[in-house]
Write a new protein. Structure first.
Length: 621
């Protein structure tokens, strides 16, 4: 197997903080690797070093010669003056440079350069790049190709950057949280695209279904070391459990030996001079091993929920729109006690707007939300809490309360409470600006839960949280003695937490489905299949003349037959014209104006031939 990337002896420190040291990692052709680690362990830093955005303190990053590499950063940026389509080609990719060289040759009337570049343009299919760019942008729900980058949201820029990577087809892609800012439909499209692609991957993501479907290797960064698992996420879970059990057994065995060796080492001093040096050295190695401990701490979220009465909230004839965009129209809903509701839908269908109306941040155009008197909302916004970056972590929490009440009636000091959230004492007294993105989200979650709400409203809570924190948050929400509404694109999270969902289809179409997300998707697929099948077969009451055996071809109408005959003449004629223009372009005898005209025409022909060929296949079948 061809090696695409080799990392050796890699180390990175920030002052006294050692992120990782002596890391060794390889990515081969066809390998799709997921990188897993806790927040703050250095996942993004590692990708930045590999992608050339940061330098390592020690070690080497070596790519195969002439390898095409793409890097999707967590927060990409482009010059403001670019349009969406221009940003998609903002790259030093060989094909993009080829297109630029060809355009420069046309402008300078350099016939020799044009003649040399034309075969490469044809071989690398550079004519089709713009068409491909528009297709991928459409899949990512970006339709205005001339929109300026400076007017895009952070999520839209991330999607443009993703399109940029996919269009240029690098051999190896580095992806940092690729599913953030994508709705469920986009995630499933990207998942299918990467599964079918031969592109090699090294990616960081918390989306466990995505890891399971796309990756064939999982690498875990833990205790400054890398552990490799040759399989998908499900395989990783089982093998990691075995590794932890084996490690704990080795530690227990070392502790038993340690007691015997310690007794030997403590014998009177005069005997020590005669002790074998190899046994003394072995003792200290054993002592080091015995002092190891499993760093498998989890966030403890055993928080007390305030009492909640039988009346939660009622939505009565609620309507909301922004101009021509309708969010809900005459919406009615009664929320029951201890209900756990998931909200899904494409971006822009109104999920966050609905949440803001519920908690009172936004007024509906008509109707109302009648909220029970005992309800205490805990709202986790997808925008996050705007912390004072110069404050210390412990002071952020202290501003809310000095003590936190747990579910068992006990109280914790702020420092003890932060320890439960994996903020060690040195981290508690560190400034907020030194935290990673995931650690800031964890701190934000901490500030929401410590207020002991009885109704949690979580808008995209999974963004930037590590998998360990997500696992415990899922367990906490499952056992939470209160109400929960979750807006999330994380399918794994939704399946574990919610018992039914509201699906926002857009244009005020809101569907209530009694099940989790996967059950809804299976039901939807079955419904579409059933609908397709029923449209194929005519009703028996319509008589025998309307019945068609599925194995027989559908008889074409007179108009369709004429269209098919016409296509069978048009397509060869277009193919011949295309071949003729290709010969002229390769001849090197055309003027600049003719070259421009022929280049435009060949692009039109390719599009026209594709369209007519697709229609011919449809009619022929």
């Amino acid at each position: 197997m061809v090696s695409f990337l080799q990392i050796g002896n890699l180390s990175k420190r920030f002052g006294d903080l050692v992120l990782f040291e002596d890391l060794y990692l390889g990515v081969a052709q066809g390998q799709k690797t997921g990188l897993i680690a806790r927040n703050g362990a250095g996942k993004t830093t590692l990708l930045n070093i590999i992608g050339g955005k940061e330098s390592a303190d020690e070690g080497d990053v070596v790519f195969r010669s002439n390898l095409r590499v793409g890097y999707l950063e967590q927060s990409p940026s482009y010059p403001n003056e670019l349009t969406v389509l221009q940003a998609c080609f903002y790259s030093q990719n060989d094909t993009v440079r080829l297109i630029a060289d060809y355009e420069a040759a046309l402008l300078s009337d350099d016939h020799a350069a044009i003649e040399k570049l034309l075969p490469r343009m044809e071989n690398e299919k550079a004519w089709n790049y713009e068409q491909k760019a528009k297709m991928i942008l459409s899949q990512l729900k970006i339709k205005d190709f001339d929109q300026k980058v400076e007017t895009l949201s952070g999520g839209q820029i991330k999607r443009v950057a993703l399109a940029n990577i996919l269009i240029l087809e690098p051999e190896l892609i580095l992806l940092d949280e690729p599913t953030n800012h994508l709705d469920l439909e986009m995630i499933e499209w990207l998942e299918d695209y990467l599964k079918r692609s031969t592109i090699s991957l090294l990616m960081v993501t918390h989306d466990r279904y995505f890891l399971d479907e796309v990756c064939n290797e999982i690498i875990e960064l833990e205790n400054r070391q890398l552990f490799s698992y040759k399989g998908n996420y499900s395989y990783y879970l089982s093998k990691r459990s075995e590794r932890l059990e084996a490690t704990q057994a080795a530690i227990d065995h070392a502790n038993n030996l340690m007691r015997k060796e310690l007794e030997w080492m403590r014998r009177q001093p005069q005997a020590r001079a005669t002790k074998a040096k190899y046994r003394i050295d072995a003792f200290y190695e054993l002592e080091k091993k015995a002092k190891q401990r499993q760093d498998d701490k989890n966030v403890s979220l055993n928080m007390k929920a305030s009492y909640i009465g039988s009346k939660i909230f009622e939505a009565s004839h609620v309507s909301k729109s922004f101009g021509d965009i309708r969010i809900v129209d005459d919406f009615n809903y009664t929320f029951s006690r201890y209900e756990k509701l998931g909200i899904v839908g494409d971006n822009g269908t109104g999920k966050s707007t609905f949440i803001k109306m519920l908690i009172g941040d936004l007024a509906p155009d008509s109707g109302c939300f009648d909220v029970g008197e005992t309800v205490r909302f805990g709202y986790y916004s997808q925008d996050g809490l705007q912390f004072d970056e110069k404050m210390k972590v412990i002071d952020v929490v202290r501003d809310i309360a000095e003590y936190v009440t747990l579910g068992n009636g006990k109280s914790l000091s702020v420092s003890q409470f932060l320890n439960h959230f994996l903020f060690a004492p040195e981290k508690q007294h560190s400034f907020v600006y030194k935290l990673s993105g995931g650690e800031k989200r964890r701190l934000y979650l901490c500030t929401v839960l410590m207020r002991n709400p009885n109704f949690l409203v979580l808008d995209e809570p999974t963004n930037d949280l590590d998998i360990a924190t997500l696992n415990v948050l899922e367990e906490y929400l499952t056992d939470f003695k209160g109400c929960v509404i979750v807006v999330s694109h994380d399918r794994y999270f939704m399946d574990k937490v919610v018992d039914h969902i509201l699906v926002f289809h857009g244009n005020a179409d809101v569907q209530d489905y009694p099940g989790n997300y996967t059950q809804y998707r299976l039901w939807k697929a079955a419904s579409l299949s059933s609908s397709s099948s029923s449209s194929e077969v005519q009703s028996a009451s319509a008589g025998k003349t309307n019945y068609r055996n599925p194995s027989e071809k559908k008889k074409l109408s007179f108009k369709e037959q004429k269209e098919l005959e016409s296509l069978e003449k048009e397509i060869p004629a277009l193919e011949a014209e295309k071949k003729n223009i290709e010969d002229q372009l390769n001849s090197g005898t055309l003027s600049i104006s003719d070259l421009n005209q022929k280049s435009v025409r060949i692009g039109e022909l390719i599009k026209e031939i594709d369209g007519k060929s697709a229609r011919w296949i449809e009619l022929s079948d």
